[in-house]
Design a protein around this ligand. Structure first.
Ligand SMILES: Nc1ncnc2c1ncn2[C@@H]1O[C@H](COP(=O)(O)OP(=O)(O)OP(=O)(O)O)[C@@H](O)[C@H]1O
Ligand SMILES: [Mg+2]
Length: 272
């Protein structure tokens, strides 16, 4: 664990980054220009969905309303927005070295936190197609799956659901057995460009699979402007983190590394 923390510190300082564990004052993002009427109409035309506080809490999604628990995610959200804006980036991938690191939890918390940012429009894509989970996080069954949308069987308007006025979630309906073909396809890249042009989101967030288990994330990363790597303090090893970071950096910009589930034992530190 200490080795991983030290490695994260080193990687961060070499990229001049900060992790979510650091204190930082949230900065209000600058309002973007107003959407034109046809964009507003496209957003309004999407089917809305509701979220349930109990279900969100069970899945550790805490950013629907401002709270102490939401603060680290809000800081991360704001830092991400500011850095992305400075660089002209709109597309954020969320990945990890190995499964069960907290990627989907992070993606949902960022998305609902973005929902509270009234001046920003965001779209969350459920792209861990072998093992999709966003429908469980939000307890909703979409009418069509994201794969059918990306392959052109249904339109984005028919498939995606809207949370509030300013967050869209495009969810999977079921697991795919061969998702690499979809994630790698030029058709997918074109579809994302089309969605971006028609819905003019300020942020597109992609919940991706882990890097070290198969080729899916590698296949998709070319479509992202940058990536957040989620490492889990109690399970990710230093070599997994290093390998993952190298792989991601070959395909896109590493926006930062989030050390998830880090429990600082104050008593142990004091007696050491
Ligand atoms: N900070 C945390 N502390 C404790 N448990 C957590 C934390 N973050 C996530 N979890 C739990 O870990 C499990 C995996 O989380 P999540 O589904 O977000 O990870 P994932 O990286 O998306 O997994 P997968 O690779 O299977 O898609 C869930 O049960 C989640 O509630
Ligand atoms: Mg996941």
């Amino acid at each position: 664990m200490e080795k991983l923390q030290a490695a994260l510190d080193k990687a961060r300082s070499s990229r001049n980054e900060q992790t979510v564990t650091e204190e930082a004052k949230p900065v209000a993002p600058k309002p973007e220009k107003k959407a034109n009427a046809s964009v507003v109409a496209r957003w309004a035309a999407l089917a809305p969905f509701e979220v349930h506080d109990k279900n969100l809490a069970q899945h550790r999604v805490v950013t629907r309303a401002a709270s102490k628990a939401a603060t680290p995610f809000d800081i991360l959200r704001t830092k991400a927005i500011l850095t992305m804006r400075q660089n002209g980036w709109k597309r954020l991938a969320i990945t990890s070295p190995m499964p069960q690191s907290g990627k989907s939890t992070m993606a949902c918390n960022i998305a609902l936190g973005l929902g509270r940012q009234r001046d920003l429009r965001s779209i969350l894509f459920d792209l861990d197609l072998r093992d999709p989970s966003l429908r469980e996080f939000f307890k909703v069954q979409p009418p069509h799956g994201i794969s059918e949308m990306l392959t052109g069987e249904v339109s984005f308007e028919e498939q995606a659901l809207r949370y509030g006025d300013n967050v869209i979630v495009s969810m999977a309906q079921r697991a795919e057995s061969d998702p690499t073909r979809i994630l790698l396809a030029e058709e997918t890249a074109e579809k994302l460009d089309e969605i971006q042009a028609e819905y003019e989101p300020d942020l597109m967030v992609f919940d991706l699979p882990s890097v070290l288990v198969n080729d899916d994330t590698r296949a998709f990363l070319k479509n992202a402007d940058c990536a957040l790597i989620v490492v889990r303090a109690d399970t990710t090893t230093y070599s997994q983190f290093e390998k993952c970071q190298r792989e991601v950096a070959e395909h896109t910009n590493v926006l930062g590394v989030v050390l998830n589930a880090y429990r600082h034992d104050k008593r142990a530190a004091e007696t050491a």
